[in-house]
Design a protein around this ligand. Structure first.
Ligand code: DAH
Length: 381
């Protein structure tokens, strides 16, 4: 397989503007660079001769030291392969130039701006959790399919790789947190294709209300929390996607009642954005919140990033090639005496499929310049 890339640079002047996250990121993490078809061969990793990726033997996650042999064991209660162990230390959500990290930061930005930094943020909690944390604490029934060895990675009969970030709700409540966001890698046994991968990333949100907060409203606690939840998430969807049409669908989750899914109408389709609801009282009571109500939501970052950045294949998130993960670099930044700021960006144009011709790159560059000019209201140089 041939692979080619080319580098282009351009500079523009900017004044302060306000625009949705989508408008801004289209320029920063350009969609054109991702719209090339994906090839099943992974051209970007350094592979060993036997075709397997080298596996690190130990890592530290959220302060916990983890050795390969703790996670991958020849034991009937263990079903974690090396290919999954090798993903444990990757932490794509902590890379600020990676689409998953960019999206995480855009969601943080929304919560910081609207709740004056009240939400505590966690993105380094260890993905190895107990069966109790992953399932029992969030009231997943004993016979629920998600507990099966077929669906979940078991390290031993009592320890799993978390299959959702909801696994951390109970411990954070017990630690006294009332407003929090938890971002992390989650693991589900699944076959791989362009939209499924056994590791992906979620963000969990949680907000607790005390009785004074809803009593003044004349509503009961559950209705108050449900109303607040919907307002908050509609605002988040607008922050990410701009002025989109939205709808609420009734749903079921073991940990919330009532439960909902938010869908947005985007690129001519209804798309599910997240699951959420009013937290079951039992979870609050079991974790030291006796008279409170709370809401929670969980969203999958890959699915949203694929739409926002036009990434055609979920496997591309795992590319190690810096030319893919940091395609746009700010190489010069100055403000002149008149208060105009000049930014010079270097963009790596690259196809996973073939060598790009000068004409193709010029056309991509022309489109980037056109979008940057119209969407960011800047003067090109
Ligand atoms: N844990 C759910 C999942 O992985 C997502 C979710 C739904 C999280 C509703 C929540 C929630 O906190 O309230 O599919």
């Amino acid at each position: 397989m041939t692979m080619a890339m080319s580098i282009a640079q351009f500079t523009f002047f900017s004044r302060a503007t306000s625009s949705s996250f989508l408008n801004r990121t289209n320029a920063r993490f350009n969609r054109f660079t991702f719209s090339t078809p994906f090839s099943t061969a992974d051209a970007t990793c350094t592979r060993k001769k036997n075709g397997r990726l080298p596996v690190l033997s130990a890592l530290e996650l959220g302060g916990v030291k983890i050795a390969r042999d703790d996670v991958v064991r020849d034991d009937p209660t263990n079903n974690v392969p090396d290919s999954i162990f090798s993903k444990l230390g990757m932490q794509l959500h902590k890379r600020n130039q990676h689409p998953i990290g960019i999206l995480k930061n855009a969601i943080y930005e929304y919560f910081d701006a609207n709740y004056s930094n009240k939400f505590d943020k966690f993105d380094d909690l260890c993905p190895l959790v107990s069966v109790k944390q992953n399932f029992d604490d969030v009231l997943v029934p004993a016979d629920h399919i998600s507990r099966s060895y077929n669906d979940t990675y078991y390290v031993d009969s009592q320890t799993v790789l978390r299959c959702h970030t909801s696994a951390h709700q109970a411990e954070l409540l017990r630690d006294g947190h009332t407003h929090f966001l938890v971002t992390g890698d989650v693991y589900r046994r699944d076959s791989i294709d362009s939209t499924h991968y056994p590791v992906f990333h979620q963000m969990e949100g949680f907000r607790v209300f005390s009785p004074e907060e809803w009593e003044a409203s004349g509503l009961d606690g559950t209705s108050y929390a449900a109303g607040d939840l919907k307002k908050c998430l509609e605002g988040l969807a607008r922050h990410l996607f701009g002025a989109v049409e939205m709808r609420w669908i009734d749903a079921y989750f073991p940990f919330t009642n009532p439960s909902f899914e938010l869908e947005i109408y985007f690129q001519e389709k209804w798309m599910e954005v997240l699951g959420c609801g009013v937290t079951e009282q039992e979870i609050l009571r079991n974790n030291g919140q006796l008279d409170s109500v709370a809401w929670a939501f969980g969203l999958g970052l890959e699915r949203l990033a694929m739409v926002l950045f036009d990434i055609p294949d979920i496997r591309l998130f795992w590319s190690n090639d810096e030319r893919f993960t940091s395609q746009v670099q700010l190489i010069d930044n100055f403000t002149n005496k008149k208060g105009m700021t000049s930014h010079c960006y270097r963009i790596a144009y690259r196809s996973m499929e073939c060598s790009l011709t000068d004409e193709e790159i010029n056309e991509l560059q022309r489109k980037v310049r056109e979008q940057v000019e119209t969407k960011l209201n800047v003067e090109l140089r």
